[in-house]
Design a protein around this ligand. Structure first.
Ligand code: UGY
Ligand code: MN
Length: 255
């Protein structure tokens, strides 16, 4: 009997999953599905939630043809929906948009919205959290956008570009969602340690992620949660461009 036949897969030598109080690395195959009332023909693969220590929830939604919300969502939270594949018909605050891959919707806290995969199976990243109001600040209204229409900005590091899907330094927002892209071999100029948390979904490519004191290998489809202050650094490997979708809580004081 070969070694492969006697060992269950993914236990010795090849298990990349790591969940600690400060961060988590989760390859997609181990993230089992949930079903939720109000979502039909939709598998919800929760990647993080307050149960992990996160100040937001993030899930991969896999919607069958015709799947999605059965009635408008009204949970008091702000939402972000980013389509990875397929087409999703979304209605938010009375406006409608068919979102293809790279299309997204931001839904202002407490506003009604819904979505359906009418053109076949669709996959999307779903982020939600309570909106943190701030004195004298008017919250931003719901809006739609698309990855292609958001400028790629090179801030400082050669080979590393930002797309700020929800804008940047907008005090009306308490979160950002950015796409960071890396040319092969690119790495951060320093190890970051900051108060903001992250939810990271690897869109394309691969690399090595430093979290705390350990390096983790990450591939497209993986999820990473980074808690506040976790030391972080990324080194893109492989031959093509690497990109990840990155949630970040911003613009609010300690409470
Ligand atoms: O903006 C950020 O905090 C980003 N540079 N962090 C990260 O990619 N881990
Ligand atoms: Mn960071």
């Amino acid at each position: 009997m070969s070694r492969r036949e006697i060992l269950p897969p993914g236990i010795f030598g090849q298990n990349r999953t790591m969940v600690t109080p400060h961060y988590a690395v989760m390859p997609p195959e181990g993230i089992l599905e949930s079903r939720l009332p109000g979502l039909e023909r939709t598998k919800v693969h929760f990647q993080t939630s307050p149960a992990m220590g996160a100040n937001f929830a993030q899930a991969l939604l896999v919607m069958q043809q015709g799947g999605g919300t059965t009635a408008p969502i009204e949970d008091g939270l702000e939402h972000f929906l980013y389509v990875l594949a397929g087409e999703v018909d979304c209605e938010a605050d009375g406006a409608q948009r068919r979102l293809g891959a790279g299309g997204f919707a931001y839904v202002q806290g407490g506003r009604r919205y819904g979505f359906r995969a009418l053109g076949g199976e669709a996959r999307a990243i779903w982020i939600k959290r309570p909106y943190l109001a701030a004195p004298g600040i008017t919250p931003r209204a719901s809006f739609f956008g698309s990855r292609d229409a958001v400028p790629r900005v090179n801030k400082h590091t050669q080979g590393r570009n930002w797309q700020a899907l929800l804008g940047e330094a907008d005090l009306a927002m308490d979160m950002e969602v950015n796409i960071l892209s890396f040319a092969p071999g690119t790495y951060f100029p320093f190890v970051e340690t900051h108060i903001m948390q992250h939810g990271l979904y690897m869109l394309e490519g691969q690399g090595l992620y430093l979290l705390g004191r350990e390096w983790h290998e990450c591939w497209a489809g993986d999820f990473i949660w980074m808690g506040a202050y976790v030391p972080q650094q990324f080194y893109a490997t492989g031959w093509g461009e690497t990109a990840y979708l990155l949630y970040k809580d911003v613009n609010r004081d300690v409470r």
